[in-house]
Design a protein around this ligand. Structure first.
Ligand code: GUN
Length: 307
């Protein structure tokens, strides 16, 4: 039977470790604070930002969310980022993605003080990650490593197949795995022989953004599957094409009218050695690592100010 890797349990361990560090900062007069910028009215983005804010507050951190209408100008956002850059009480800044098309993601992210870039998306932090000396590592990739380590999944010398080449997950997780001495293959929408490559992986990281894309017969029975996808399925006929009636995903769908599926086919999980479920796998770790990065950023800023 495949082992279920529990993201909530690993996230709790991270929060337990952070507790003392947050106490220590508080004694030095610092309550770490996350500032999040939310543009427009996308319901998923709103939910993600709420979850991040809730996690910070549960750990005794402060969090501020600044919302802007979808037609906000880039200059207005740049002005706001600059105010937060200068504000010593804001330790972490994130701009929730995606952004409306008239805004330049690159310009906005580059405007964030790299010391406050808790997403690890600033080009300086990306460069440091390439050199294996980053202080602030993108949250989902950092969370994936925590998950693999928590369950003792060996990385060194193993073949890791990463499906997806995004700046947020694919490229940074490939880099982190390489730094841990894995052999890494990055696959994407134009990769030929994808099923064969997936079959050759000891660790599969699926971050494509397409529900149930990785098929059960592509999976190596010795592999650990890391499913980064969070896809909402709202149509019964779509779910019916993926899993048969009676599958637990149907019970959830019938109860709430929608269900979350990962990028890996739900029937593939049981064919592997271990897997991260959706929900309850990588998602809770992404949030925990954002709290971690906010604390880390606050520690560095306190150190720098010599207080
Ligand atoms: N949108 C999807 N994932 C992320 C993330 O990790 N950070 C930000 N800022 N936006 C996202």
């Amino acid at each position: 039977m495949a082992r279920r890797l529990d993201g909530k349990a690993v996230a709790q361990k991270i929060y337990d470790e952070l507790f003392l560090r947050i106490e220590d900062l508080r004694r030095r007069g610092c309550v770490p604070c996350l500032g999040a910028i939310l543009v427009g009215n996308d319901s998923s983005s709103r939910l993600y930002v709420q979850n991040k804010q809730k996690a910070c507050e549960q750990m005794g951190l402060r969090s501020v969310v600044q919302t802007f209408p979808a037609d906000v100008s880039e200059d207005q956002l740049l002005g706001h980022i600059e105010r937060w850059n200068q504000d010593p009480d804001i330790h972490g800044i994130l701009v929730q993605l995606p952004l409306p098309p008239h805004l330049s993601k690159a310009r906005l992210i580059e405007a964030i003080d790299p010391r406050k870039d808790v997403d690890g998306f600033h080009p300086l932090n990306k460069g440091l990650l390439m050199e294996n000396r980053a202080h602030l590592v993108p949250c989902t990739p950092a969370g994936i490593l925590r998950m693999l380590d928590a369950y003792g999944v060996p990385i060194e010398g193993r073949h890791c197949v990463v499906v997806g080449r995004s700046d947020v997950v694919g490229k940074p997780i490939a880099t982190l795995l390489l730094h841990r001495h894995a052999t890494v293959t990055i696959c994407h929408s134009r990769t030929t022989h994808l099923p064969d490559l997936v079959r050759s992986g000891d660790i599969l990281v699926a971050a494509i953004g397409r529900a149930a894309y990785i098929q059960p017969d592509w999976v190596n029975p010795e592999a650990t599957l890391v499913d980064v996808g969070i896809n909402t399925v709202t149509a019964a006929d779509v779910l019916g094409q993926i899993v048969p009636e009676g599958h637990p995903k149907w019970a959830v769908f019938l109860q709430q009218g929608w269900v979350l599926l990962g990028d890996i086919h739900p029937l593939a999980y049981e064919r592997a050695r271990a897997y991260t479920p959706v929900p309850g796998g990588v998602g809770p770790l992404t949030v925990a690592m954002l709290v971690y990065n906010t604390v880390r950023a606050a520690e560095l800023q306190v150190q720098e100010r010599g207080t």
